[in-house]
Design a protein around this ligand. Structure first.
Ligand code: FAD
Length: 460
């Protein structure tokens, strides 16, 4: 079961996973001198502000993904990248610290998946603020490689004989040689797959929270600059929260278990969070906001003969770098489909390992976040962590172990396995133990706290 000259491929969903699958498949087809027809079904309007074009996300692109894309010849244009972030401020109940990227080239990008928040201004600095969508950009790359886009929502994918059929509002049913489900976990896209096409259990999900706060270009520069703010606060059900500076807005993201507006309101009213913003800014939940689903598991199984899931619909990375997971699964799928075939057996042998690697790394990630929660709850450990990072950041220590572990944990730039193994290193544990057990006020243990907000000194 293979794709040959003039084979027809439908990709349901033109988010990062769908567009990158199309891009890589067409790229490989060209080098094999095969012509395939790739059709992407995507109803979202990525050029529109607000929900019409948004795929609900913090909009952080890890440095690993920036580099992987660059190796494939994809350089994110300045209109897409809202900011290059070179540091982050970690806020806890007992203090804050700023962690700088360890290498000048290690920058993460912040961007919008659609074209910025609902009711966005045209920019107080005029042309300085451009809201070009990341998803729209990737979709454009797929089209440039030869993909066709149908701006329709798919209502059903079923099997007739051996071949999958796609039903969509707006056009007649079409039969394909391969159907790729790149529908993510929001918007009910996984429900369109009839058991005749793909008998599977969808990935587990939970509710996250995202909102945008307008500060204006100067306000974002003055209060946040190129620093992402990460919060480890003792709030029930919240595992991780962050404020991500962009053009004229900052994006507030909260991840945890079944979050809701009440928890988001409590978070925004927390003194440590409030201290990051100018006093006059209204943080009540009026602006562009949503409670999207976030993927926590893996579809089982994510494929059958001629039908396969990719990106969030198949498996993502726990709390981090979902776009990186979309890239990895898209590339593995494109190689499998173009080189090894489109049967269940080919997917099991060549595509499943990429999905399983992400799944097992997430299992370790769960342990990493359990440890992060322990640090939040035990002030002795939180203080030890802050001291160690402050010592590392103040001195020119070559091996900034704790800073690196935290950078990788919160930016998604490395696997959870690598983070976990580094945390078990005896030198790391000894340094952390020493920093935690030194008495408060010890001059060696407590270098002066550097400012973590640009305008307001150190918060928390
Ligand atoms: C709160 C939150 C914050 C996040 N922050 C980050 C972050 O900072 N960095 C990061 O890397 N990842 C982040 N993620 C994860 C990231 O958003 C996802 O991993 C990524 O979007 C997955 O891409 P995808 O293409 O698989 O799915 P999606 O981006 O969800 O795209 C799916 C596409 O399918 C389309 N679709 C759905 N149903 C149909 C249908 N029936 N017919 C046709 N089209 C359909 C949709 O319109 C959509 O465009 C975050 C996720 C959440 C929930």
């Amino acid at each position: 079961m293979e794709l040959t000259h003039h084979s027809r491929v439908a990709i349901v969903g033109g988010g990062p996973a769908g567009s990158l699958t199309a891009y890589f498949m067409l790229d490989i087809a060209r080098s094999l001198d095969i012509h395939i027809n790739v059709e992407i079904y995507e109803p979202a309007q990525f050029a529109a502000p607000g929900p019409k074009g948004c795929n609900h996300c913090g909009g952080i692109i890890s440095e690993t993904l920036v580099q992987m894309l660059a190796m494939d010849g994809i350089t994110l244009p300045p209109e897409v990248v809202q900011r290059g972030l070179d540091s982050y401020a970690l806020h806890t109940e007992v203090g804050s610290v700023r962690i700088h990227s360890h290498l000048p080239e290690m920058r993460i990008a912040s961007l919008y998946r659609g074209s910025g928040p609902l009711h966005r201004t045209t920019g107080e600095e005029g042309e300085k603020v451009v809201y070009q969508s990341f998803d729209g950009y990737l979709l454009g790359l797929a089209v440039a490689k030869g993909a066709t886009v149908h701006p329709y929502r798919v209502t059903r994918v079923f099997r007739q004989g051996n071949l999958p059929v796609v039903s969509a509002k707006g056009i007649e049913d079409r039969t394909y040689d391969l159907v790729v489900g790149a529908v993510g976990v929001n918007g009910g896209g996984l429900k369109v797959f009839d058991p005749s096409a793909l008998p599977f259990t969808p990935p587990k999900t939970t509710k996250a929270f995202v909102t945008e706060v307008y500060l204006g270009w100067e306000g974002v520069n003055q209060y946040f600059g190129n620093t992402m703010h990460v919060f480890l606060l003792r709030m029930p059900r919240v595992d991780f929260s962050a404020i991500i500076p962009k053009g004229e807005y900052v994006t507030v993201v909260m991840l945890g278990k079944d979050l809701n507006k009440e928890i988001a309101t409590q978070f925004l009213a927390h003194p440590t969070v409030r201290a990051c913003f100018p006093a006059e800014v209204d943080l009540s939940l009026k602006a562009c906001q949503c409670l999207p689903d976030v993927s926590l598991g893996m579809a089982a199984p994510p494929f059958a003969d001629r039908v396969v899931l990719v990106g969030d619909a198949a498996v993502s990375r726990l709390y981090k770098d979902g776009n990186g997971a979309a890239y990895r699964t898209a590339k593995a799928l494109a190689i499998t489909a173009m080189i090894h075939g489109i049967s269940k057996a080919a997917f099991t042998r060549y595509y499943r390992p990429a999905c399983r690697a992400l799944y097992w790394d997430n299992v370790i990630g769960t342990a990493v976040f359990l440890s992060v929660n322990l640090f939040k709850r035990v002030p002795l450990l939180t203080r030890g962590l802050l001291r160690l990072v402050r010592q590392e950041q103040a001195a020119s220590i070559a091996n900034k172990k704790m800073s690196l572990v935290l950078w990788d944990t919160f930016t998604g730039s490395n696997s959870y396995r690598s983070i976990f193994l580094r945390c078990l290193h005896p030198v790391f544990l000894a340094r952390l133990g020493r920093a935690s057990l030194r008495p408060a006020g010890d001059a060696v243990a407590d270098p002066p706290e550097p400012p973590t907000t640009l305008a307001g000194g150190s918060a928390g």
